[in-house]
Design a protein around this ligand. Structure first.
Ligand SMILES: Cc1cc2nc3c(=O)[nH]c(=O)nc-3n(C[C@H](O)[C@H](O)[C@H](O)COP(=O)(O)OP(=O)(O)OC[C@H]3O[C@@H](n4cnc5c(N)ncnc54)[C@H](O)[C@@H]3O)c2cc1C
Length: 373
């Protein structure tokens, strides 16, 4: 059997982040993924490294560190990214009040309230009618998930000697070894980053874990014409989805209004995030269906709910939808991330929910630094 310091199962962003943190310390690292290329949540997302969404949560420092590591990797590898920041738009007085409350609470010069005239300069394509203002969080970075997740393995291989084994479904793990069918690899530490797959490895453990899944519908569109959105965008419904806004006193009022005005959006967990790649393509989403059973089929009316809400701040007559898909992530109601040690020197890291791109590098760094003590 070949011998390694660290074996990582799963080449999604969480696995790649752990591979980076270990290999950067000079450890001998091997990665396994059952697919010919990563095709899970990590290539299906917006590519938002959105630290403001973690503000005030127990993992806020991990998010900040993650963003710093991402910037180092992106600069060193030359992979496309855009440090464009993120704008949360408000069109209702109660949303605007939450924005004010949040910015006051955050008390951070990189998170500020801006008025419609400044928004018009940053993002000329955004609707101005009824716009009251927005939160501009300038430190947020955008990556193209398909691009970055495809290129990171090559970067890790050539710069740090990480070995990748694609089309290798790990079927058994014991302390000190990873098995793919009859073949085995020895490793001092094994890190299991298998996303929302709870059935292949440690099924009894996952059965008891309380972890679940969320399915999100997404669209990709081209702008008609040569316009860009500037920062990544979101709006009022997003205030309901992220814990950073949870302590804002006016949030309950926003929630009650949306429940009365947009009950279908609330039922399907629709809120709006928009990012734009270097090619001009817009990534638009999303919805949330929770539960272990994931339907393979998308609901057309949910896509329509997404587009209807988008139209409140970005005219949908100015885009052409090119692609539709859904992604699934692992959710952990008990906390922001699921970490467990089912066997000595075997570590599970999953359950990062809708913040895995943001948190990945910080989580990888944290796990590996703890193992090195
Ligand atoms: C639609 C959508 C939008 C999102 N937007 C954002 C965003 O903008 N910003 C953000 O921070 N987060 C976002 N997220 C969340 C983020 O994408 C996830 O938290 C993150 O990608 C999870 O990464 P992962 O590596 O745990 O899982 P995955 O990407 O699913 O990777 C798991 C990998 O493990 C492999 N695997 C599983 N079992 C085995 C096995 N037995 N042997 C070998 N390989 C195995 C799979 O093939 C897969 O490649 C979004 C998620 C979705 C679905």
């Amino acid at each position: 059997m070949k011998r390694y310091d660290v074996a990582i199962v799963g080449a999604g962003v969480i696995g790649l982040a752990h591979a980076y943190a270990a290999a950067k310390r000079g450890l001998k690292v091997v990665v396994f993924d059952r697919s010919p290329m990563a095709e899970g949540a990590s290539v299906r997302n917006f590519g938002m490294i959105w630290t403001v969404g973690q503000w005030g949560t127990p993992l806020a420092d991990v998010a900040t560190n993650s963003s710093r590591i991402w910037r180092d990797i992106l600069a060193d590898s030359g992979i496309w990214h855009d440090p464009c920041g993120c704008l949360t738009l408000t069109y209702n007085q109660d949303e605007f009040q939450v924005a004010n409350e949040f910015v006051a609470m955050a008390n951070d010069p990189t998170i500020r309230l801006i008025d419609p005239s400044e928004i018009a300069k940053l993002s000329p394509s955004v609707r101005q009618e009824g716009l009251l203002g927005g939160i501009f969080s300038e430190r947020e970075v955008h990556v193209d998930p398909r691009d970055v997740i495809a290129k990171l393995p090559g970067y890790l291989e050539s710069k740090y000697g990480v070995e990748f084994n694609w089309r290798h479904c790990v079927t058994r793990i014991k302390t000190g070894a990873v098995h793919v069918g009859q073949h085995g690899w020895e490793a001092d530490q094994v890190i299991v980053c298998t996303g929302h797959d709870y059935e292949t490895l440690f099924p009894e453990h996952f059965h008891e874990s309380g972890l679940s899944r969320s399915k999100l519908q997404m669209l990709r569109a081209m702008p008609k014409g040569d316009w860009r959105i500037g920062p990544m965008l979101c709006a009022g419904l997003t205030l309901l989805h992220y814990k950073n806004f949870a302590n804002c006193p006016t949030l309950n009022q926003v929630k009650a209004r949306f429940e009365a005005e947009l009950p279908e959006h609330i039922k399907w967990g629709v809120h709006l995030l928009v990012s734009q790649h270097g090619t001009g393509e817009l990534v638009i989403g999303d919805s949330h269906e929770y539960g272990l059973a994931i339907s393979p089929f998308n609901h057309e009316h949910v896509d329509q709910l997404i587009l209807d809400y988008l139209n409140l701040f970005l005219p949908t007559s100015q885009i052409e939808v090119m692609l539709r898909w859904h992604g699934v992530y692992s959710t952990n109601d008990a906390g922001q991330v699921y970490e467990a040690v089912p066997l000595p020197n075997v570590h599970i890291v999953t359950g990062v929910g809708g913040a895995g791109m943001t948190m990945s590098m910080g989580l990888g760094e944290r796990t590996i630094s703890q193992l090195m003590i």
